[in-house]
Structure formats: C-alpha cells, structure tokens
Design a protein around this ligand. Structure first.
Ligand code: KG4
Ligand code: ZN
Length: 338
C-alpha cells in the first residue's frame, strides 16, 4: 500500500511517502522534515501557538514536496496516515484536519496514528529492523516522553515505566539552557560532554528503587551544581556536561537493566530524539541484549514512522472516522489492538 504520512505533533512539520506491505516490509519513497527549531530558539522552548501557525504555513508545501520527490502522482496514493496524538493540541489539529481534507478529496482511507507507536516502529524503517522480533523491550526517550514498554506485537504494548515529571530530553535541554547552549541544546551538551573522558563532578544516581522515571530531583541537583561551580573555561563547562549526561544516561540504564532481568527479552529498541545520544547507545550496548536504534533521522520526529504504523493499520482495515478528533493525551498501551 502506498501511504502518505503526516506528522505535526510538536515542532517538526513532516511528510513522507512509503510503500508499506507489512510491519517488517516497507520502502521509503520520500521523506521531508521542516524543522521549526530556529523559530522557537528565541523563546528557549516550543511556543505551542507559534508552532501550530508554522505547521499551517508549511504543511501543504511539505506534503507536495514529499509527493513530488517520491516521483508519484497524487492519485497513486492508497492511504493517509497522520499523527492523532499525543502532542500539542493545536499542532495535532492542523495535521489531522489537513489529512482529513486530503483523504476526502482523494477518496483515501485515513489512519490516526499514536505518535509513540510511530517511535516504537521506527527501527523497522532500517535494514537491520528485519532482525527485530516480538516480544521485545522498547525505551522511548524524547523531548516529551520517557517510557519503557514490552512490545508483545505491533499494537500490543505493556508499559513498564513512564516519566512522572520531566522527560529525558527535557532534562538535557533544561541543563543545556542553564549552561547557555541555544535551544534545544541537548545534542550540543552531549557533543561537548563527549570531548572529555573524566569529570570531578558527581550527581546523585536517581530513581534506583522508585517506580517510573523522574528527572525533577536531578534537575535541582544539576542547577545547584552549575550555580556553585565557577565556569571559567570550556573544559570546566565540558566537565559539567559530562556529569549531567552520565546522570541522565545512568538513570535510564538502571531501569532498562532491571526490565531486561525481569522480562528475559533478548532485544531492545531505543528510539526518540535522545536515542541519538552516543553515550546512551554505548551504555545500553553493554547490557546483555541486542540493540535496535533507528538511524539519527528516524530517532527524532519524522513522518516515515507515522506512515509505517498507519500503513500497517490500514492494511488491517483499521480506519479513522472523519468525526473523530485529536487526542492530546493518549497512552500508547490504549491504542486499538489489531
Ligand atoms: O523525538 P524528538 O525529536 O522530539 C520529541 O518528540 O520530543 O526529541 C527531541 C529531543 C530534544 O530534547 C533534544 O535535545 C534531544 O531529543 N536530543 C538529544 C540528542 N539529540 C537530540 N539529547 C541528548 N543527546 C543527543 N545527542
Ligand atoms: Zn517524538
């Protein structure tokens, strides 16, 4: 099935065209991402109203670009998949209402995709995804989400842990902000951390025994550390970055390690923007599991993952009705099982 995917849940306007035959059989014909980072950088974070307006401005151009660079005609498309939630309500509405109009105008079936389900299937966009089997464990770490799931099969998820306050990406970004990196800052903080091997600073290892991920205590410790340290050189700044990165990575690894022991799975998916973090990938690779992380472009928000998840649902005749709307909050374990 030739599927158009649309993603507008946060600050990326994305469209992609994929041939989807099954969860582990797809080919990407085109994928376009229009990032809004420059727009929000001036405010130090995503401004929801501005993000929605920017989606409105860019979405139809982005969709046209995706269709043209796929080398297909609009009437060759066989389905539309769009992010229905979770995400920023105004942003989701722009994507969903556009997708409804597009589907109606072209007589195509529509799938309303859970954004986290998109991140969960992202490894299947890569060649090595062919080796990924069910059940497996999946760590989703992004700017808005930190979740650990058992993926029984496509569409059947059991949540083991979820963040109760800040997400891992948010912790990276807030620390980066305190260290004067421009928004979103997480990747830049990680790059500077990776330039050195040791740091004299130690941050508390949080969440060892508690349930769920929680980064708010760590955030306080990080801001105290930054306040009491006289940063007068780039090396000192790098030392703090390394301490921050280690603390966040270890907080994630502790939970993943416990889950691997508990569930006895052999494969681990790590997906979402923070999955791009090299130190996290390295630490996870030391655990006794096979790691499946998407390529960097498919770690962060993109429309290919939405087209794949939606395409599989459309093949199973799981359609979204035109009267249904967005779901700004939508735990992935509540998606319809197919
Ligand atoms: O999945 P994503 O693109 O958007 C959301 O759905 O949130 O994730 C973006 C997040 C941001 O917080 C960004 O700082 C973080 O991923 N990020 C990183 C790295 N690259 C992106 N955090 C740590 N290390 C990185 N290399
Ligand atoms: Zn995301």
């Amino acid at each position: 099935m030739l599927v158009l995917g649309i993603e507008t849940s946060c600050d990326e306007t994305a469209a992609a065209v994929l041939q989807v035959d099954a969860i582990n059989r797809c080919s990407i014909k085109s994928e376009i991402v229009a990032s809004q980072i420059d727009l929000h950088a001036a405010y130090g974070g995503v401004v929801p109203e501005l993000a929605a307006r920017e989606h409105l401005k860019n979405l139809s151009i982005t969709v046209d670009q995706a269709i043209n660079s796929a080398g297909i005609k609009q009437n060759e498309l066989e389905g539309v998949a769009v992010t229905r939630g979770p995400g920023l309500k105004g942003c989701l509405l722009i994507g969903l209402e556009f997708a409804k109009g597009f589907a109606l105008a072209n007589s195509l079936p529509l799938s309303g995709v859970n954004h986290i389900e998109g991140h969960l299937v992202a490894p299947f966009l890569e060649q090595h995804g062919a080796q990924l089997r069910f059940p497996h464990l999946a760590l989703i770490v992004s700017g808005g989400h930190t979740e650990l799931h058992i993926v029984e099969k496509f569409s059947k998820y059991t949540c083991l842990q979820r963040t109760i306050d800040d997400a891992a990406g948010e912790s990276f970004d807030k620390s980066a902000h305190l260290l004067n990196f421009p928004y979103p800052g997480g990747a830049a903080l990680a790059r500077l951390a990776d330039t050195i091997a040791e740091t004299p600073h130690k941050l508390p290892l949080v969440m060892r025994s508690s349930d769920g991920f929680s980064f708010s205590g760590l955030k306080t410790a990080i801001s105290l550390l930054i306040k009491r340290t006289q940063i007068s050189s780039q090396e000192q700044r790098a030392q703090i970055c390394l301490a921050v990165q280690r603390a966040i990575v270890e907080a994630l690894v502790i939970k993943v390690e416990a889950a691997i022991k508990q569930c006895k799975v052999q494969q681990l998916v790590v997906s979402g923007g923070v999955a791009a973090n090299a130190a996290l990938r390295k630490r996870l690779a030391e655990l006794k599991v096979e790691i499946f992380a998407p390529s960097l472009a498919h770690c962060s928000d993109n429309a290919s993952m939405i087209a794949l998840a939606g395409g599989v649902r459309l093949i199973a005749s799981d359609y979204m009705q035109m009267g249904q709307s967005v779901m700004a909050r939508w735990p992935v374990e509540q998606v319809r099982q197919i």
